[in-house]
Write a protein that binds this ligand. Sequence first.
Ligand code: HEM
Length: 80
Amino acid sequence: MRTLNVTATRDAAWLARYVATPDKVLASGDPIAARLFEKYKKVPMPNLSLGADDVKALLSYIDQQSRATAAPVKGASAAR
Ligand code: HEM
């Protein structure tokens, strides 16, 4: 799945854990991480050593951007 709307489709606690430590979530045998790993040709997402504040800011940003894309301003061009 793409990152757009991920804050609406995944559990918030899972997302925070995954973005912070994708390597550990995958290694733990997490079924969602395992499915993504298979889907994306066994390319693992690297652990970016993000702090808790970074993770929060990123997920909040993704959430905002997803909402903006899902509900474009009325009258704005539909072209993307
Ligand atoms: C701040 C930067 C990043 C954020 C916020 C982020 C976020 C995410 C999220 C939320 C998922 C899970 C998507 C889902 O649940 O469907 C994911 C998966 C993934 N990400 Fe990232 N990501 C970041 C950086 C990166 C980088 C730098 C790479 C590779 C160079 C990467 C590679 C992947 C891959 C390959 C997956 C699929 C999982 C897998 O194949 O094991 N990500 N990412």
